[in-house]
Design a protein around this ligand. Structure first.
Ligand SMILES: [Zn+2]
Length: 496
């Protein structure tokens, strides 16, 4: 796992990438009542792992490996940047502790660790990353991180078990640790210094020659990483067999499609999702009128896949072919519990909202409607989307809030929604916002959801648009609903 493409919308929030790149580059109708929130504000990593953060800083001290001063110094720099990455991500609330998901993943980890005690000395520290990418990562230090996106994407417990075993294998092989050593050695090697000096001595084309030095290094890196990936796959299969967890190579084929989540079409025309709330709709909103990126010749119908270079998980077909013979063909598979998937999904949708990726957020909500999900929480989130868009329009940030995704990754319907959010006139946007404020679904909402509605309306309808009014309203929300997961949103307006 862990190889990812930065331009992929599913991977966009894949923060480990920053670490990897940093070390790879040198320097209605019948509405169900809403259930309780999946987590509280205090479960976000900044607060939940407050103490753990300090103990990581203390315990992850760089070993003295090199007699050469410069190499040791470089090694320590790289080592500390890894610690900073993980503690920084904790501070940034990139992780969340959600009890049910944690227990579910812990159960899988225990099954594997118990039966492989010779290879895995102790139970690793498990973190849950809020990224939507169907991925997981290991950065050494007996820690593994699983993304919410994997829980919402994977079909079977065995799929998740494989991904976890793959990450445990990276740690068993010390891949992250070895990489840090290799990098420190290379950056302080004579070979590196000489090639750098040769570039600096040359009068011409310094930049392109410099690039070549770096590219040579990252080429070796990615070739290396490919071996690491296939080593981790092989050992993962061994770990699973040892734990009596069946392995199914066709998981790789499913994983191959994890990037085309936004390529699936909706079941109904876009219009019908909105007229269901008695909201107005005009077809021209969904058609791009302005200039800019031309989609005239673009064929959204080709949903067969993406080029490998655009994928979060390249080489899935190779990985499938390599491991097919090791598949347990007749094994029974256990579906990921629907409640776990729903929890992960809600958390992802909320996270996308809080990051103001409104199109992706809206699209995921409509996909839930397509599944026949009648949980009124999704109606509440639809309200939030139009409240957020209306607010951002006033702040002249509408375009940012839509968070445009390149057409290679999306379906015709996604493109239409994106256009709609961009082009719907301001007056109609106001109609949408106000229309959604007065719907039957509100009676099923939790107190903090209703509180968030009031907070938003204070901000949006304040004629003076003053930061002070916003800050007061935010503080009021934070005091009244101090454990609500929605506090995260109110926090943005507190400091201003
Ligand atoms: Zn991997």
């Amino acid at each position: 796992m862990c190889m990812s493409n930065p331009f992929n919308p599913a991977a966009r929030q894949c923060r480990p990438l920053f670490f990897l790149m940093a070390i790879a580059t040198i320097t209605f109708s019948d509405v169900k009542a809403q259930s309780k929130n999946p987590y509280s504000y205090q479960d976000l990593s900044q607060l939940f792992y407050g103490k753990q953060k300090d103990s990581i800083k203390k315990n992850w001290s760089c070993p003295a490996l090199y007699t050469d001063k410069n190499t040791q110094k470089k090694y320590k720099e790289i080592w500390d940047s890894r610690t900073d990455f993980i503690t920084g991500a904790m501070e940034n609330n990139n992780y969340v502790f959600q009890q049910d998901i944690y227990n579910y993943l812990s159960g899988i980890i225990e099954d594997i660790v118990k039966k492989n005690s010779k290879l895995i000395p102790g139970k690793p520290i498990l973190l849950i990353d809020r990224s939507a990418a169907a991925n997981a990562y290991a950065i050494g230090g007996n820690m593994i991180v699983v993304n919410l996106g994997l829980l919402s994407f994977a079909k079977y417990r065995e799929d998740i078990a494989f991904v976890i075993a793959h990450e445990l294998s990276h740690n068993i092989f010390n891949h992250a640790d070895n990489f840090m050593k290799e990098k420190a050695q290379w950056l302080t090697s004579d070979e590196y210094k000489n090639s750098l000096n040769a570039v600096l001595d040359s009068k011409y084309e310094r930049f392109s020659r410099l690039k070549k030095v770096f590219e040579g290094y990252s080429f070796n890196r990615s070739k290396h990483q490919r071996y690491h990936e296939s080593d981790a796959d092989s050992l993962a299969i061994v770990l699973l067999k040892q734990s009596n967890i069946p392995f199914d190579a066709s998981f790789f084929l499913r994983l191959d499609s994890s990037d085309i989540q936004y390529k699936q079409p909706l079941q109904k025309p876009v219009k019908e999702y909105f007229t269901a709330y008695s909201l107005p709709f005009e077809d021209w909103w969904t058609q791009k009128r302005s200039k800019g990126l031309s989609t005239k010749n673009y064929n959204f119908r080709d949903t067969t896949g993406l080029q490998d270079s655009l994928k979060t998980h390249p080489e899935c077909k190779d990985r499938y072919a390599k491991s097919l013979s090791l598949s347990d063909i007749n094994a029974q598979h256990t579906a990921v519990p629907a409640s776990i998937q729903e929890t992960a999904n809600k958390m992802l949708i909320w996270n996308m909202y809080d990051n103001m990726s409104l199109t992706a957020c809206l699209y995921r909500i409509l996909l839930e409607k397509d599944k026949g999900n009648t949980d009124s929480w999704y109606d509440f989130m639809l309200h939030n989307i139009f409240a957020g868009l209306y607010y951002n329009d006033r702040q002249l940030h509408r375009f940012n809030a839509i968070s445009v995704t390149p057409k290679e990754y999306i379906s015709q319907n996604y493109y239409e929604l994106q256009n709609m959010l961009e082009q719907i006139p301001r007056e109609t946007l106001e109609q949408y916002y106000k229309g959604l404020m007065n719907q039957g679904f509100w009676q099923h909402q939790t107190a903090d959801a209703k509180g968030l509605k009031n907070f938003m309306s204070t901000m949006i309808l304040d004629p003076t648009d003053s930061d002070k009014v916003k800050a007061v309203a935010a503080k009021e929300f934070l005091t009244s609903y101090s454990t609500s997961m929605y506090c995260e949103f109110a926090e943005h307006f507190k400091k201003k």
